[in-house]
Ligand binder design. Sequence first.
Ligand SMILES: Cc1ncc(COP(=O)(O)O)c(C=O)c1O
Length: 426
Amino acid sequence: MGKLFFSTNYDADTGGHFGEFGGRYAPELLMPALKELEQAYLSAKQDPNFEQELMDLYANYSGRPTPLYHAVNLSQQLGGAQIFIKNEGINHSGAHKINHCLGQALLAKRMGKRRLIAETGAGQHGLATATVAAKFGFACTVFMGEVDIARQRPNVFWMEQLGAEVRSVSFGSRTLKDAVNAALKDWFSSVEDTHYVLGSCLGPHPFPSMNRDFQAIIGLEVQEQIQQYGFAKPDYLVACVGGGSNAMGLFNTFLDDDAVQIIGVEAGGRDVGMLGEHAARFQGGRPGVVEGYKSFFLQNGDGQIAATHSVCAGLDYAGIGPQLAFLKQVGRVRMTYALDTEAIAAFKLLAQTEGILPALESAHAVAEAIKLAPTLGKDKTIVVNLSGRGDKDIFIVTEALGDAKWLEFLRSKVGQAEQISTKGRK
Ligand SMILES: Cc1ncc(COP(=O)(O)O)c(C=O)c1O
């Protein structure tokens, strides 16, 4: 196994700049906390005990290595390249988010913090933060937009069971960007004893580089696992891109090898031609500085952050991690998108050919593999990062598929709930 902390030709400079992107554009009040975090991260990188402790948690707490699975049925049905699924959904708490949460929890412990805060969209990062908070004994508050709470209620329930407080964010578009703002606002007044567990490869330096390093285990495992199938390396890597944590986790190991082609998949929503109907930053986004970093953002005519839409909360965000913006700009990564309908169709196809239920975020990557595989020879390989499992999406998928039996089930549950609350009032 290679080391987690390695450098590539596409790394940030010491100020956290990836070309023109990245940096640390934070208010003066937060600078000491960001510098303290940077110091803790830099010293942890040099400390073999830190890496060993993290590797032990990956293996014995989260269940790594996650499998690299040859999706033979899907590959045969598509009639082209061999598709391999890197199944991050097998991780404890159901997605790749636990990788950077474990790393950040260890750093928070080193910094002597007592409380963790986090923002969440799909709830997976919030769930992973609540999980590590429970394990390490931190108090925990998770900020989540009202709209996301409504579409990801199961994760809210689980976070609360883990002892976290989920704070509903009711301003702005009431989605992920507003949850980030609420978390940053909390951090202003709690910075002494609180660590902000930022949930993707974005935000001010050092978060983009640090979370990428904590996710790099994904690509390192793939590098070894693909060889066990008799291939020297993958030909293509495909990952969905919200902020970029699962994507950078897979891509980082292979960035310096130009023979490996790399594709990021954004949320095309209902229509990539209409601002507000998608979350594909490279379909009409522009460079800007928002929430502490410079990158590509979907913006309205006044330069304000635009509303976004995706069928899945985890990709429904107007900004993208700065390293990915840079990789796209220099041509190392090709960015494309999948529509809501394509993601739902990919979800169904993967479920029914391989018995794997992907998270809807991950289904965007599967949708791209479905388009790509038939254009390639059978000797080519595509590794798809399946960032999470689909259990959390049951309400969205049943709605999208118009499942009548599920509606009937919900009605009976509502009936039962009403009976319970009437009894309670008597
Ligand atoms: C399962 C899953 N995949 C992907 C994402 C997108 O995040 P990122 O781009 O940081 O991997 C999320 C975000 O919540 C998620 O829950």
